[in-house]
Ligand binder design. Structure first.
Ligand code: PRX
Length: 654
């Protein structure tokens, strides 16, 4: 678990409360306090009423069918996600409304109205079709944060293909594995993307990855950077985006999709070394993201909504693309980093576009805190009316800083708990209805039934820690792990039969508020990014000099958690700082820079049980300088003493 007992107790002693601002409460999209009770009494009716706010080509026959653990929502209904995010807005004045306001890292920008978005999506859908993409195919997108990424997603949805977006920070190997697992024949990328003034050579990575993906027949390349050195195109396989869409017709009939047809796959880390392809389908996912965006962010016609997440993660899928566009909102999209060219980049963007709703991660907030209040103070943030956070627990200090220095004590903060698997936000305040407490994601969204249970699945009393579970299926829940239904069942549905197991620990307080404590499995959150310790371990043992590795997440002031790797070397290999650096680079090459261990601790042995299992719990205790837990099952007690010594010397040295 990410936090220790002392921190937990301090958290639960947090007693500041912030009721909804009166003006917001009076006009909020969700302002009827009965909403919760009504949804609890009839969750299916609640979801069906919101699904009905989408446009369906054919109404559903049955709201919900449950053959545990396989759920179906809006069975028999037909719709298209791209139609719902675009076409339905063209019937009104919204056709000339800004859909995407895009800011590039070097300061270039583009605005696409809903009409523009329609045209670009249709043209790219034609391009994909020309390349042979059909309904049911999977297209891999490995792109920077540019409008073409959203366009490509919606074009896939329009013709009925599923997209699999791979975060642009992932390595060649990670990309290769995801292309192979999804069995994509087409990859869409860009020559490069900008990051802190440098260029990420995305197309070059694709070329490398494709050496081992013979099934890929076509690559589409957006010219983003325009450097000659990046213009290496493979004849017959590679196509420039602009040339493909140049003569394409301006309209493209959206494919009527079954509610349960695949909308996308998104890979995320789990407890094994192999990332899992989380499967989301059309009707339920769109209903979940549409409804949560409308109520939690209280979207109004003239709002400017900015979610800073990269589209390579679920937050970007749900709250940069599908949720806000299904609501006909104006979305800001930014390509680069928060500190380039200067540390007020985010505040500059808010000032420039008069952003009204801002959604970011606790790790970003803690970084801003460290940079100092002078950066936001330089900019006019008076347009803001609502703030959100996501991705990891937010500490009350960061919450209060956000509240004072960004929201100027006017803006309620939505601390939203959810996961790649849940598709949409699950535990969160509603801005007009729920009193917030710094550090708590508060209560489940209407229609969601969450609980904290003990080992046997029984609810625990207030104040007690336990496992966070979801007791009833919801529309935007994952339907499967791509190609691996057994893992799907084992991972989520077997710990407590028929109940969804989140992998998180939590407590509830006397008011029933949820305090999510972090992962209790072998998944860690580093700067909000989800990384499997086993993935990092496999990357380390792949190095020729490494015999064994154990990876844990330790508490980190800014990043939430940092990666500590305990490594034993093969006979004859010499420990050195140079080797440690090589191992970090090796992990970056295998997974991506986000997975680079912060600390590499060389040790002669790892603490193991008599049956040979590595005792990660003890490693965590050592890394966080805690009193060691139970060591009685340890095969060789002296290992711990020598480890503690190595760790403290490394700490002093580092
Ligand atoms: O541990 C929880 C943490 O992020 C995990 C899900 O990660 P991912 O699938 O990458 O999705 C992140 C964005 C939705 C959860 O299991 N988490 C997410 N939001 C919160 C959180 N922990 C505490 N509070 C949150 N608001």
């Amino acid at each position: 678990m990410a936090l220790d007992e002392k921190t937990l107790d301090a958290l639960l002693a947090e007693n500041r409360t912030f009721p909804p601002p009166a003006d917001l409460a009076a006009s909020a999209n969700a302002r009827d306090p009965e909403l919760y009770a009504r949804a609890a009494a009839d969750p299916e009716g609640f979801w069906a009423a919101h699904a009905a706010e989408l446009d369906w080509f054919r109404p559903w026959d049955t709201v919900f069918q449950w053959a545990p653990p396989f759920a179906q929502w809006f069975v028999g209904g037909k719709l298209n996600a791209s139609y719902n995010c675009i076409d339905r807005h063209l019937r009104t004045w919204r056709r000339n409304k800004a859909a995407l306001i895009w800011e590039g890292e070097p300061g270039d920008h583009r605005v696409l109205t809903y009409q523009d978005l329609h045209r670009e999506v249709c043209r790219f859908a034609h391009a994909l079709r020309r390349l042979g993409v059909k309904k049911g195919d999977r297209v891999t997108l490995y792109m920077p944060m540019i409008p073409e990424l959203a366009i490509a997603m919606l074009a896939c949805a329009r013709l009925g293909a599923a997209h699999s977006v791979v975060f642009g920070g992932f390595s060649v190997e990670a990309l290769r594995d995801r292309i192979l697992d999804a069995e994509s024949h087409v990859v869409v990328t860009a020559d490069g993307g900008y990051r802190r003034g440098g260029i990420v050579p995305l197309k070059r990575n694709v070329d490398e990855a494709l050496k081992e993906c013979p099934q890929v027949k076509s690559v589409v390349v957006v010219r983003r950077v325009g450097h000659e050195s990046l213009d290496v195109m493979v004849d017959g396989r590679d196509h420039w985006w602009e040339e493909l869409v140049h003569e394409a017709p301006l309209t493209f009939e959206p494919e009527p999709m079954d509610s349960e047809d695949l909308l996308f796959i998104l890979y995320t880390s789990g407890t094994t070394g192999k990332p899992k392809g989380i499967v989301h389908t059309t009707g339920g996912y769109l209903t979940g993201t549409y409804t949560t965006t409308k109520y939690i962010f209280d979207l109004k016609e003239d709002d400017v909504f900015w979610c800073t997440a990269d589209i390579g993660w679920i937050t970007g899928h749900s709250y940069v693309v599908y949720g806000p566009l299904a609501n006909g909102a104006t979305v800001v999209m930014y390509e680069g980093a928060p500190d380039f060219p200067a540390r007020d980049r985010f505040w500059e963007i808010i000032e420039k576009y008069r952003v009204t709703i801002f959604y970011t991660a606790p790790t970003a907030i803690r970084t801003f805190m460290r940079w100092g209040t002078e950066w936001p103070a330089k900019r006019d943030l008076s347009s803001l009316r609502l703030l959100g956070t996501v991705g990891e627990p937010i500490n009350p200090e960061a919450w209060m800083w956000y509240y004072h220095f960004i929201g100027k004590e006017r803006c309620p903060i939505m601390d939203t708990w959810w996961q790649t698997e849940t598709g949409a936000i699950m535990i969160t305040p509603l801005p007009g209805l729920v009193t917030t407490k710094p550090g708590s994601a508060t209560i489940p969204f209407p229609g969601i039934e969450a609980d904290v249970v003990d080992n046997d699945g029984n609810p625990v009393p207030p104040g007690k820690g336990g496992y966070l579970v979801i007791k009833r299926p919801w529309p935007s829940m994952l339907r499967n792990i791509y190609g691996d239904p057994e893992r799907f069942k084992a991972q989520y549905w077997s710990r407590f039969p028929g109940v969804y197991f989140t992998g998180d620990g939590a407590r509830r307080d006397e008011d029933g508020y949820f305090w999510v404590l972090g992962r209790i499995d072998d998944v860690i959150k580093v700067s909000g990014h989800r990384i499997g310790t086993m993935e990092v371990e496999s990357a380390l043992v792949d190095h020729p000099l490494v015999a064994e590795a154990a990876v844990i997440g330790r508490h980190h002031e800014i990043k939430g958690q940092a990666i500590t790797a305990f490594v034993t070397l093969k006979e004859g290999a010499q420990r050195s700082e140079i080797l440690a650096q090589q191992l970090r680079d090796h992990v970056a090459a295998k997974i991506g820079p986000i997975a680079k261990p912060d600390d590499i601790i060389f040790t002669a042995e790892l603490p193991k049980t008599r049956s040979g299992k590595i005792m990660r719990r003890l490693l965590r205790d050592i890394a966080e300088s805690r009193q060691l837990g139970d060591t009685s099952t340890l095969a060789d007690a002296s290992v711990i003493e020598s480890l503690k010594k190595v760790y403290s010397t490394e700490e002093e040295a580092g």
